[in-house]
Design a protein around this ligand. Structure first.
Ligand code: AMP
Ligand code: ZN
Length: 119
């Protein structure tokens, strides 16, 4: 299934729901997170609907690589190359996944702790 009619990120990609778009090409779409946790917090998603890392197939390898390259290029464009940034893909409940369309979080502009356990 390349799109899902009840998926909020598929609706953002199609333009049915507005977003603060940063970039798109044939494979990926990047936009600012609506609830940022740092000065810079954007998401990079594949244009095809893939629920989570658990659903990856061999044919998804190219788009997953494209997500990383686009995330890195945008982070550097936004001035984070030297100071640093974090890239995160959450999968299922323990990791805090709330939207079931794979998304790469790119977060920067502040120091971050490690390991990333809250509460
Ligand atoms: P996760 O918890 O890893 O599934 O991340 C989902 C992310 O999507 C959260 O950081 C939300 O703030 C973000 N988000 C949810 N709805 C929207 C939206 N309409 N536009 C932009 N970001 C969103
Ligand atoms: Zn989707």
């Amino acid at each position: 299934m390349s799109t899902s009619s009840d998926c909020i990120f598929c609706k953002i990609i199609s333009g049915a729901i507005p977003s603060r778009k940063i970039f798109e090409d044939g494979q990926v779409f990047a936009f600012h997170d609506i609830s940022p946790v740092a000065n810079v917090h954007f998401l990079v998603v594949p244009k095809i609907h893939i629920q989570s890392l658990n659903h990856l197939k061999p044919e998804h390898e190219a788009v997953m690589g494209r997500m990383l390259r686009v995330g890195s290029a945008i982070a550097q464009d936004l001035g984070l190359g030297e100071s640093g940034y974090r890239t995160v893909i959450n999968t299922n409940a323990d990791a805090g996944q709330t939207v079931f369309h794979i998304h790469l979080h790119v977060i920067g502009g502040r120091p971050m702790g490690w390991p990333p356990f809250g509460k």
